[in-house]
Ligand binder design. Sequence first.
Ligand code: G
Ligand code: G
Ligand code: MN
Ligand code: NA
Length: 251
Amino acid sequence: VKLESDLRKALEQEQFTLHYQPQMNILTGQLVGMEALIRWQHPELGTISPEQFIPIAEETGLIVRIGEWVFQTACRQAMEWQRAGHSDLSMAVNLSLRQFMQSNLVQMLTDILQSTGLSAKHLQLEISESMAMDANHTLRTLNGIKGLGVNVSMDDFGTGYSSLSYLSQFPIDKLKIDQSFLSNGSPRNKAIVKTIIDMANNLEIAVMAEGVESQSHVDFLKGLTCHEAQGYYFSEPLATVEAEAFIQRYK
Ligand code: G
Ligand code: G
Ligand code: MN
Ligand code: NA
């Protein structure tokens, strides 16, 4: 109950920040985007992980306003970085189930793209497989999002229960291979990574490996013609100032 009431005040008291994790094209060595990841700086408890407070925000409905703040902040930041010279940088934003079910999601995205000036093609929405329980709603919402020109990535791919039927039914632009497949690099997991990359290539959709932590991960992925990767090997999620320094190096 304490966390819940604190969470209610967190927005107005400006206790949230976004961290940004670089997303790389490993074939060209270029920085292609940033994933926005929310952090809560609690006045007494210190930094609280989104794994702890996003579920509370979901249950209480606070996620709607928090999510709006995340979109607004991330899109404004992407636009600033583009103006500062990284003209093709994209921004990835995570979407939770309740946000995805919001009837005014497409309107909210429209307004934020308009007010920040970010072009829709530079926004990536990360959704997870658990979101498509209602196939009709999912299809309508995804078509609305795609209609704006915004891209949709499937996050944590391979860990849900309905991966392939999703790909068959929904307009997905990119698969993000869940980090567990690289972090436990057993022969079987390596075969799974290869299979997902082949499948994405066959479907002509993009693919990004998550949880890339070593040069050997990078070499393995290059050998499979996986273009994009994200993980501690390149950078952990960075506060704005550090993210800016990272961008300077890759401009
Ligand atoms: O960065 P970190 O490992 O702490 O993220 C933990 C989890 O929180 C991840 O699953 C990530 O997708 C989720 N998350 C981070 N930021 C946001 C956000 O702004 N909105 C939503 N819905 N989830 C987020
Ligand atoms: O669910 P999602 O993929 O949005 O969550 C991203 C989470 O993964 C963040 O909490 C981020 O801090 C974490 N993360 C990012 N890169 C790595 C990595 O290379 N290894 C591990 N173990 N976690 C990572
Ligand atoms: Mn994500
Ligand atoms: Na993920």
